[in-house]
Write a protein that binds this ligand. Structure first.
Ligand code: ATP
Length: 237
């Protein structure tokens, strides 16, 4: 059986600069796949291309057997692929609830109560602050909101771009444990992180990206044990 998401020979350029230089990887249904790498490795570019926000120079992206390489971003959301972007991109003047509802724009049904209840159960602070503008929130709260907004589209595959960025160790733990909870509840996750330790600990499979190329892949535990990963990403000698 083929993987839920198949990325093949993907090349993405900004003008003459190639940011992603021919990468291939798969995300199996039910898994957590982590894409790790330092600043500028091409992680965000890869996610934005899968979401339809950028167009590749060449290569293909297949989701549940359908070629989505040229599908419009809003139609990709409707197919069940949601993206929680780097930097969270929440709307500061809008309330928590209004931000969450933006995530449901692609849905034809209007039965949102169950989804909101699930998000509030995962992140009780969002329910407490339901009617407050999101601009006053801490980084961790904004991350919860960004994840909640992505969940409102009922994704089969949720892509998270650096959810741990700028968070305290405690908040990071909280966010990462939610990733595991979502996986247990049936959502497949593609996780992009600079924090290799946190991302690989939970990964079914991981890929290491360096200047636009995949240089290493393996199970989360294999990569965590690898000397190359330990030296380059975990600061060990
Ligand atoms: P970060 O953790 O900093 O987000 P990343 O691994 O996500 O890093 P990308 O943001 O995908 O990396 O960047 C990959 C390369 O593409 C970098 O060299 C970056 O400078 C370049 N790049 C990214 N966005 C643009 C843009 N809008 N215009 C030109 N070059 C860009």
């Amino acid at each position: 059986m083929s993987a839920m998401l198949e990325v093949k020979d993907l090349v993405v350029s900004y003008g003459k600069i190639k940011a992603v230089k021919g990468i291939s990887f798969d995300v199996e249904q039910g898994s957590v796949v982590s894409l790790i790498g330092t600043n500028g490795a091409g992680k965000t570019t890869t996610l934005r291309t899968i979401s339809g926000l950028l167009r590749p120079t060449s290569g293909s992206i297949t989701f549940e057997g359908k070629d989505i390489t040229k599908v419009a971003a809003h139609d990709i959301v409707s197919l069940g692929l949601a993206h929680s972007p780097e930097g969270r991109r929440i709307f500061p003047q809008l309330t928590v609830r209004e931000n969450l509802m933006l995530g449901a724009f692609s849905r034809k049904d209007k039965d949102f109560d169950g989804d909101l209840a699930e998000i509030y159960e995962l992140f009780p602070i969002l329910e407490e602050r339901n009617n407050q503008p999101a601009g006053t929130f801490s980084g961790g709260e904004q991350q919860m909101l960004a994840m909640g907004r992505a969940m409102m589209s009922r994704p089969k595959l949720l892509m998270l771009d650096e959810p741990s960025m700028g968070l305290s160790p405690l908040m990071m733990k909280r966010i990462m444990s939610t990733v595991s909870t979502l996986q247990q509840r049936g959502t497949t996750i593609l996780l992009v992180e600079q924090n290799a330790q946190a991302a690989l600990k939970r990964a079914t499979h991981g890929y290491v990206l360096e200047v636009g190329k995949i240089v290493l892949e393996g199970s989360g535990s294999e990569l965590l044990a690898s000397d190359d990963v330990r030296k380059a990403y975990l600061g060990e000698d």
